[in-house]
Design a binder for this molecule. Structure first.
Ligand code: PRT
Ligand code: ZN
Length: 293
């Protein structure tokens, strides 16, 4: 019997494309990029990568053409807020492609909560999510569905406001708009179908997911080492950002001084080091982490 292959759908071109490939490679899968434009194969595991439009990724996974997908939560949520939203499950957040789905208004618009939207026309490519939000807030507004370039709608008098993705806010600003409400926080997520894959593919998927978790957890995580007075341990534990219980080791010939090692899940700033130093810690080292499991 042939080995079954696991299929992962990712965006072919666009904001998530390169980061998706980097994540797969960082998880130890060697990509053979040359083979075809639509599909890349993995050399050292039975895995194939489908490269498609991001909007098609949920359909690929829901239909079983792909077993897993990497897509913006916004795309997934728009689908599940609509009529054909069944059958998909978000497995994990991937830490890139962060953005917010916002309602934005012309700079002069006075916004005092969702009720200010009553009677307004709002242009969007996210009609399902917007409609759900308006319903939840009990607002009667008209949705103007668009396919793209939503930010020009107010200037063209096509709509009064827009509902669109925002990351830096530069596009809104360039179009004389300001965000007034956030209706979804988004980033790239790993998605799978709700039905089982069979034992062989399930094992492969589990291993991939645990490697992805390791890559995502190690991004930004730091290994911090220092020597410190034993009496400063409680203060040090309180200062280290996002660390579990640190490892404490005795130093040869010293009763009052210990070595402290900890994995910090959050950024370690100069201010953190200064605060550690103020407790009496010395020889403080901050190291990057390559892999974590
Ligand atoms: O061709 P394909 O259909 O695959 O790609 P696409 O053009 O539909 O998607 P793409 O590549 O633009 O975005 C893919 C995913 O990236 C989105 O589904 C989001 O999950 C995520 N993402 C993160 C964003 C943004 N940030 C973002 N800023 N997607 C779009 N934008 C757009 C936004 O719509 C607006 O036009 O960028 C503009 C605003 O950006 P700022 O920085 O000016 O605020
Ligand atoms: Zn798209």
């Amino acid at each position: 019997m042939n080995t079954q292959r696991l299929h992962i759908a990712i965006q072919k071109n666009g904001r998530l494309a390169e980061r998706s490939l980097e994540l797969i490679e960082a998880a130890g899968y060697r990509l053979n990029r040359g083979a075809s434009d639509l599909a890349y194969s993995v050399d050292n595991a039975p895995i194939d990568i489908w490269r498609v439009r991001d909007d098609d990724i949920p359909t690929f996974v829901a239909n079983g053409v792909a077993d897993l997908g990497i897509v913006g939560r916004n795309v997934l949520a728009e689908r599940s807020a609509g009529a054909d939203g069944e059958g998909l499950r978000e497995v994990m957040q991937l830490g890139f492609g962060r953005c917010r789905l916002c309602i934005a208004a012309p700079v002069g618009f006075e916004y005092a909560g969702p009720a200010s939207l009553n009677g307004a026309r709002i242009a969007t490519t996210y009609a399902n999510l917007l409609s759900r939000f308006l319903k939840q807030e009990g607002v009667a507004a008209e949705i103007v569905p668009m396919r793209g370039a939503v930010e020009v709608a107010p200037r063209l008098k096509l709509a009064d406001l827009i509902c669109d993705l925002v990351s830096t806010g530069a596009t809104l600003e360039a179009n004389g708009l300001k965000p007034v409400a956030t209706i979804l926080e988004s980033e790239a997520v790993l998605v799978r179908s709700a039905r089982g894959l069979g034992p062989e593919l399930e094992r492969l998927a589990d291993s991939l997911i645990s490697r992805f978790r390791g890559v995502v957890a190690s991004q930004g995580a730091k290994y911090v080492m220092m020597n410190a007075p034993r009496s400063a341990l409680p203060r040090i534990a309180a200062i280290l950002p996002g660390a579990g219980a640190p490892t404490v080791m005795s130093l040869a010939g010293r009763d009052d001084e210990v070595a402290v090692h900890a994995v910090c899940q959050e950024s370690v700033f100069w201010e953190t080091l200064e605060a550690l130093k103020a407790t009496g810690a010395s020889s403080i080292l901050v190291l990057s982490i390559e892999k974590m499991m």
